[in-house]
Design a protein around this ligand. Structure first.
Ligand code: HBI
Ligand code: FE
Length: 293
């Protein structure tokens, strides 16, 4: 079977069990098979990341965690969470063995189905692992799908898959996902907050993205993000900042993606650390006033 070569997996052999996946790559989450140790790994990650999220995450993320009402000490049952989530924004979780081909991934998103990996990392991978696992997908991605504008953005994003495929521009959509779903920042009255799944599921990057003076923080601009490359195995050199989740939703509804793809798909990516003359770079004063508040 052709295994996905999603950017987050590089060329490593994927870890999940794809043998029993359906044609759309979904599997069943056999909840009874999780060991006590796996539930304890979930508990360790959940308590560490939720403590950090309290001061570093967007309020909409924290609201989503509350709405989902998961137990901190047990790996969640996806179908239970799907019942709650569906009442909020129509999104459901689908269980997958791990990374799946982009075509199927976009198709699920376009139907408000979020793929969540069924296996959880080992204890020796608490701080970093190559592929997204259950904790990254569930804790990082699912709570914000309860926020209506972001929920609409991710569905609209998924609908762009076929157009990007026709323009050989899937790599440009991958950048939009990377910067605005995995590593996005949002401005709030108390300073910048992290909302990206890649940050909120990582202790190191949750702190770094708000507290370090090293990375650039640039106001979100769709075309700029579509042009900007990224590295998958280090902290970001640039974060893009939205004012409101509605801006993300509007950007994918109003943009002429075919024009962006035609203009930039064959051009070399902008390096992650690039600053262009037209960029609105946020200054230190606009950053993490909140941490010592
Ligand atoms: N598959 N399960 C899963 N989760 C992802 O986040 C994912 C994927 N396949 C492809 C992919 N992400 C990236 O290529 C996105 O940029 C589309
Ligand atoms: Fe992710």
């Amino acid at each position: 079977m052709e295994l996905p070569t999603a950017p987050t997996a590089g060329t490593v052999a994927l870890r999940g069990d794809y043998e029993h996946a359906a044609a759309d790559y979904t599997v069943t989450q056999d909840w009874s098979r999780y060991s006590d140790d796996e539930h304890d790994i979930w508990r360790t990650l959940w308590s560490r990341q939720l403590r950090l999220a309290a001061t570093h995450a967007a309020p909409e993320f924290l609201r989503g965690v509350e709405l989902l009402g998961c137990r901190p000490d047990r790996i969640p049952r996806f179908d239970e969470t799907s019942e709650v989530l569906e009442r909020c924004t129509g999104w459901r979780i689908v269980a997958v063995p791990g990374l799946i081909p982009e075509k199927e991934f976009f198709l699920h998103l376009s139907r408000r189905r979020f793929p969540v990996t069924v296996w959880i990392r080992r204890r020796d991978e608490l701080d970093y692992l190559v592929e997204p696992d259950l904790f990254h997908d569930f804790f990082g991605h699912v709570p914000l799908l309860a926020e209506p504008a972001f929920a609409g953005f991710v569905e609209a994003y998924g609908r762009l898959g076929p157009l990007a495929e026709r323009h050989a521009a899937l790599h440009m959509l991958a950048r939009l996902y990377w910067y605005m779903v995995e590593f996005g920042l949002i401005r709030t009255p108390s300073g910048l907050r992290a909302y990206g799944a890649g940050m909120l599921s990582s202790a190191g990057e949750t702190r770094y993205c708000l507290e370090s003076a090293r990375p650039n923080r640039i106001a979100f601009d769709l075309e700029r993000v579509l042009r900007t490359g990224y590295m998958i195995d280090e902290f970001q050199k640039t974060y893009f900042v939205v004012e409101r989740f509605k801006d993300l939703y509007e950007s994918v509804r109003q943009a002429d993606f075919a024009a962006h793809f035609r203009r930039w798909a064959q051009q070399p990516a902008l390096a992650a650390e690039t600053i262009l003359p037209g960029d609105r770079v946020l200054q230190a004063g606009e950053l993490a006033r909140h941490v010592d508040d």
